[in-house]
Design a protein around this ligand. Structure first.
Ligand code: ADP
Length: 489
């Protein structure tokens, strides 16, 4: 089969992207490499450096060595570097989108959207670098002054996932740079190229040696446990599964490490009896099928008021049926591949569980044929409120629809989970929207929208969905510690 222009361009970009480890401002090889595959075709696309524990220590040495001078760099310096990174990333948006689509399988249109979203963190935190929010105040007895300042926490380990390789990276790197922290980035082994190319961009705009270090590895466990056990590392920021988050928190407990955890979700998507059905269907399409459902904010469970059930389901199924499934690098693809076979097996298992408990497959339900990890858009109906499929994050293009009769029942169902990241509610009644905002345990709520992500907003969850917030003015605080001096005289 002849390669498309987009595939040729994306492979050329992959070949021209560094494949080594970035330590102390220089790229170096590792003793071993691991092979990276294109998920849409399973073709090998690159050999990537496989960092050892010793490489991890070398990167930490570099981050520690650079920390002091970086912490004393001026806010203007940090803001300018971030703004320059924004400008370059925006100028190279097409290249980054092609590379990201190649290694993750996401549709090019979504990859372009992600580049813009990722760049927005650079611009937002370029501004935040200039605002330090310290304060002075009087002591309780009026005899001294309190001077409260924010300082960088110190060297950070940033562990990112494969589903949004660029946005999850800038959401951590930009506030870390703005705050004056040095970092070691550990990208997902399934999508390292986007990170490697972005790291080169940061080097090119002049981020000093040692401030940004990148370690790719096929053995995340060994590398991160080595770093977390070293008392010089002061912070870990992780985006990924709840189970890995638990492991990292347990390891970090030994060195009392500052932790930000953006973990799994199980977002309810609630369509109230007064909702605008067309808007709800459009919102559900985005919340469910963006990135083929591989998002921690993905609508995992659709609760629809019984009065609208038939209308909503029919329209939603029609739209889902029309989605063009294919290689993300094809311009007309709307639903790309899943990341790997494990992802496809997980989705298949979820559908099996659902149908064993009485659900019916109204659309899809099948994996793709041939190479690539494709799965058809799938809608499950007649899903009972206690069906166990509603307990786990599906992470695929599968939408279970559950009927409900009143708001209290929907709120109780929404809260019947260990997670609490995103939630969505569609209603035209402001009072009802507020009752959902108060009643649903989540870190984020989309009201009449299927999207909650924005660089200027605090992204994060409650319950076992995580700790801390990313983005917004809250995002920089994760990389700062509060210092206070009691000044007499
Ligand atoms: P998924 O199961 O969807 O791949 P993970 O939580 O396993 O999600 O992966 C998210 C990130 O966490 C990736 O960068 C991965 O390499 C990393 N990771 C996986 N296991 C560990 C671990 N034990 N310690 C540190 N990082 C890990």
């Amino acid at each position: 089969m002849s390669l498309t222009e987009n595939t040729k361009k994306a492979r050329a970009l992959a070949a021209a992207t560094p494949h080594g480890l970035l330590i102390g401002g220089a790229w170096r090889d590792a003793r071993k490499t691991f092979s990276l595959q294109q998920p849409a075709t399973t073709t090998p696309i690159a050999d990537i450096a496989d960092a050892s524990a010793a490489d991890g220590v070398a990167a930490l040495d570099a981050a520690v060595a650079a920390q002091k001078s970086w912490a004393s760099s001026s806010p203007n310096t940090r803001a300018t570097l971030l703004q320059q990174a924004f400008d370059r990333l925006t100028a190279q948006a097409d290249d980054f989108a092609l590379l990201m689509s190649l290694e993750s399988g996401k549709p090019l249109s979504e990859a372009r959207g992600e580049v813009a979203y990722a760049a927005a963190f650079l611009r937002f935190f370029a501004g935040e670098a200039l605002r330090h929010h310290g304060r002075t105040s009087s002591s309780s007895d009026g005899r001294s002054r309190h001077v409260v300042t924010r300082r960088p926490v110190g060297p950070c380990l940033l562990i990112t996932p494969w589903n949004f390789p660029l946005a999850m990276l800038t959401r951590k790197v930009a506030p870390a740079i703005a705050a004056g922290c040095t970092v070691i980035i550990k990208p997902a082994e399934l999508t390292p190229l986007t990170t490697l190319r972005f790291a080169q961009l940061l080097v090119d705009v002049g981020v000093p040696a040692g401030v940004i270090n990148v370690l790719t590895t096929a053995d995340a466990q060994t590398l991160s446990s080595t770093l977390l056990a070293d008392g010089r590392l002061r912070k870990v920021s992780f985006t990924g599964s709840t189970s890995v988050g638990r492991t990292l928190l347990a390891q970090g407990a030994q060195t009392i490490i500052r932790s930000s955890m953006e973990l799994g979700g199980n977002a309810p998507f609630i369509v109230c009896e007064d909702a605008d059905v067309d808007a709800a269907v459009a919102g559900a399409m985005i919340a469910k099928f963006r990135n083929a459902g591989q998002a921690c904010t993905a609508a995992n469970r659709l609760y629809v008021h019984r009065r609208l059930l038939a209308r909503f389901s029919e329209a939603f199924i029609d739209k889902a049926k029309a989605l063009v499934v294919g290689d993300g690098l094809d311009d007309d693809t709307q639903l790309g591949t899943l990341i790997n076979d494990r992802g496809v097996d997980k989705v298949t298992a979820a559908i099996d569980i659902a149908t064993q408990h009485g659900a019916r497959i109204a659309l899809g339900g099948t994996r793709g044929t041939g190479a690539g990890h494709f799965f058809a858009p799938t809608v499950l109906v007649d899903v009972a409120v206690d069906n166990p499929v509603l307990q786990d994050e599906i992470f695929g293009p599968v939408a279970p629809i559950v009927a409900f009769d009143d708001d209290d029942e929907a709120i109780a169902a929404a809260n019947d989970t260990i997670h609490g990241l995103a939630a969505y509610v569609f209603t035209r009644d402001l009072g009802r929207a507020q009752r959902y905002a108060d009643g649903v345990d989540s870190g984020m709520l989309g009201i009449n929208t299927g999207l909650v992500s924005d660089a200027a907003a605090p992204f994060g969850g409650v319950k076992q969905s995580g700790l801390g917030r990313e983005g917004g003015s809250e995002g920089i605080e994760e990389y700062q510690s509060v210092h206070y001096a009691n000044v007499v005289g």
